[in-house]
Design a protein around this ligand. Structure first.
Ligand SMILES: Cc1ncc(COP(=O)(O)O)c(C=O)c1O
Length: 496
C-alpha cells in the first residue's frame, strides 16, 4: 500500500476526482514506481485510504484498463499490465533513438522533417507555391513542337535558345554577357561542384565566408580543397583579414554570396562590393559569386551583383532558381569568364554530359511567354508577406537577449543565443514541440556550437510563422531563463 501513499486528491479542484486518481496512478506507472504485475489496491481499500467513494475508484481503474495500463483477473484483483510497460519503454527507447538519428543526420547537414512540423529549417519554397499548371502547359507545348529532339542529348553548354534568352534576362539586371559565356547547369550546387572540379587541385586553397553555405563547403571538401574562412561583418567580408589570407595562401578563388547571404541574410555594402573586386583584381584571384537570391529584395537600396560590377572577367557568376521557382527542376546557369570556358565545359561534360533537354526547352518557353515575370511577382509578394510577419513576430515574441540584425531581403534570419547556450540543445527542445530550424554550427568550418541559429521563411506560411515564433520563444525562455536561475542558485557566495 505504501506506494499509493503519495496519492493526494484535491477535493476542491475542478477536475473530477476519478480523473485525478487515474492520472496519479498512471504517473506512478510511467515513473516506474509501479511495475509489471504489481497489484492495485482493491477498490474498497483504495476508497477508504483516500476517503472517496467506491465508484470514483472503479471509474479511475476502468480508464486505466481501457488504456491497457492495467488488467483485471477475475476474483483476484487489478494488475499492472506487462505489454504496455514494454510499449512505454519502447516509446522511450524510440525517442532516444530518434534523438540519436537526429544528431547523426544533423552531423551530415540533414534534418528530418515530419508532416506536422513548422519548418524554419528549410530555405526552399514549399510545394504549394510551385507553378505546376503553367509548367505543365509549356511542357506539353515543347513535346508537341520538338517531339523526340526534346529527349536527345543537348549541347554540353546548354540549349542555345535558352542561353540566348538568359543573356537578355540578365541584361535587365545589368549583367552583360555573350551567349558563349553562359553555361547551363543542373542546379547551382552542380555549378559549385564543376567550378571546383575545373579549378581546384588537391590541396589548393579556397576562401569562403564564415559562416557559409554547407553545400559549397562540402563540394570544396570533396575536391580536396583546403578552406580558409573569412569572418563576415555586418556589411560584408572583413577585407583586412581577406587580404592577409590572400597574401599568405594564394587561394584559387573566393566563394561569396554578396546579397542576402546564406545563412546570415547579410548584404555587402556597395563600398565593400567594389573593394572586394579591387582586391581580387590586385591579386588576380577569381570570385565565385553565388546569386541564389538577389531577386528577393524587399528593403535594400542595393542588390547589385558583383558580376554587374565586374569589368575584368574575374567573377564566375552562379544563378540558381531554386528559391524562387522549383528546386526539383534542377536548372541554373553560370556566366563564365572567357578564359575558363573550355575547362568548365569539360567539367560539366564529365559530370552529366548535359542538363535535361526537355526541361531546358520548357523553361525557355516559360521565360519567352513572360510567365516567369508573373511568377516572380507572385513569389515576391508571398515572400514579402512572410518576411513582414516574421519581422513583427520576432519583435513581439523573442526575448531581448536574443541578438540579431534583420536582413533587408531574402529568406534567412540569423540569431544568436546568449553566451554559453547551445543552439543544438535549443533544437532538441524545440523539435519535440514540432518546431525545427537550422542550428548554426552546420554553417561553420569548425562546426563549433556558439549559439547561432538560422530561421528561414521559405517553407512556412504567415500563420505558421506567427505561431512558430511564439512557441519557439517559449522554448527559448524555458531553456535560458531556467538554466540561468539554476546557475544563480548554485553560485558560490562568500560567507558574510
Ligand atoms: C547559397 C546556395 N547556393 C546554392 C544552392 C543550391 O541550389 P540549387 O538547388 O540550384 O542547386 C543553395 C540551396 O539551398 C543555396 O542555399
Amino acid at each position: 500500500m505504501y506506494k499509493f501513499e503519495s496519492i493526494k486528491l484535491d477535493k476542491n479542484h475542478p477536475q473530477h476526482l476519478y480523473v485525478q486518481l487515474y492520472k496519479m496512478i498512471k504517473e506512478l506507472i510511467l515513473l516506474g514506481h509501479l511495475k509489471e504485475a504489481d497489484r492495485l489496491p482493491p477498490v474498497r481499500a483504495m476508497s477508504k485510504m483516500l476517503e472517496i467513494n467506491n465508484v470514483t475508484v472503479v471509474k479511475a481503474y476502468e480508464i486505466l484498463e481501457k488504456e491497457g495500463l492495467v488488467y483485471k483477473k477475475i476474483g483476484s484483483g487489478t494488475y499492472i499490465s506487462k505489454q504496455l510497460i514494454n510499449q512505454l519503454n519502447e516509446v522511450d527507447q524510440e525517442s532516444k533513438q530518434q534523438t540519436n538519428i537526429r544528431s547523426q543526420l544533423m552531423e551530415q547537414g540533414h534534418i528530418k522533417v515530419e508532416k506536422n512540423m513548422i519548418n524554419f529549417a528549410s530555405a526552399t519554397p514549399s510545394a504549394d507555391l510551385f507553378p505546376v499548371e503553367d509548367f505543365k502547359q509549356v511542357l506539353n507545348e515543347v513535346l508537341d513542337r520538338d517531339k523526340g529532339y526534346a529527349f536527345d542529348y543537348q549541347e554540353g553548354q546548354g540549349y542555345y535558345q535558352l542561353r540566348k534568352i538568359l543573356k537578355d534576362y540578365i541584361f535587365h539586371y545589368g549583367i552583360k554577357s555573350e551567349v558563349e559565356n553562359i553555361q547551363i547547369i543542373s542546379g547551382a550546387q552542380q555549378g559549385i561542384d564543376i567550378i571546383s572540379k575545373a579549378l581546384v587541385n588537391y590541396g589548393d586553397y579556397v576562401l569562403i565566408e564564415s559562416p557559409s553555405y554547407t553545400g559549397a563547403m562540402a563540394a570544396f571538401n570533396s575536391r580536396g580543397a583546403k578552406m580558409i574562412d573569412i569572418p563576415l561583418q555586418k556589411d560584408g567580408l572583413d577585407l583586412d583579414i581577406l587580404e592577409k589570407k590572400i597574401k599568405t595562401h594564394k587561394p584559387r578563388f573566393i566563394y561569396v554570396m554578396p546579397n542576402f547571404q546564406n545563412p546570415t541574410g547579410i548584404s555587402y555594402s556597395p563600398g565593400k562590393k567594389k573593394e572586394l573586386l579591387k582586391i581580387c583584381k590586385n591579386y588576380n584571384m577569381y570570385i565565385v559569386e553565388d546569386d541564389y537570391l538577389s531577386d528577393l529584395n524587399f528593403y535594400s537600396e542595393d542588390n547589385t551583383t558583383l558580376k554587374k560590377l565586374d569589368e575584368d572577367e574575374l567573377v564566375i557568376y552562379i544563378k540558381s532558381f531554386s528559391k524562387i521557382f522549383m528546386p526539383g527542376l534542377r536548372l541554373g546557369f553560370l556566366v563564365i569568364p572567357s578564359k575558363l570556358h573550355e575547362n568548365l565545359l569539360m567539367a560539366k561534360h564529365t559530370t552529366d554530359i548535359s542538363t535535361s533537354g526537355l526541361l531546358q526547352r520548357a523553361f525557355e518557353l516559360y521565360l519567352d511567354k513572360g510567365i516567369w515575370q508573373q511568377h516572380l511577382k507572385y513569389m515576391e509578394d508571398k515572400y514579402k508577406e512572410r518576411f513582414v510577419v516574421m519581422k513583427e513576430s520576432i519583435k513581439e515574441y523573442f526575448p531581448e537577449y536574443i541578438s540579431y540584425s534583420l536582413p533587408l531581403g531574402g529568406v534567412n534570419f540569423w540569431f544568436k543565443l546568449p553566451k554559453g547556450f547551445s543552439s543544438k540543445e535549443l533544437y532538441e527542445r524545440s523539435v519535440v514541440k514540432n518546431i525545427i530550424f537550422a542550428p548554426g554550427n552546420l554553417f561553420f568550418m569548425n562546426n563549433n556550437d556558439e549559439g547561432y541559429f538560422r530561421l528561414s521563411i521559405a517553407a512556412v506560411n504567415p500563420s505558421e510563422i506567427k505561431y512558430g515564433i511564439k512557441i519557439l520563444s517559449i522554448v527559448i525562455r524555458e531553456y535560458i531563463d531556467k538554466r540561468r536561475d539554476q546557475r544563480n542558485d548554485s553560485l558560490i557566495k562568500p560567507i558574510l
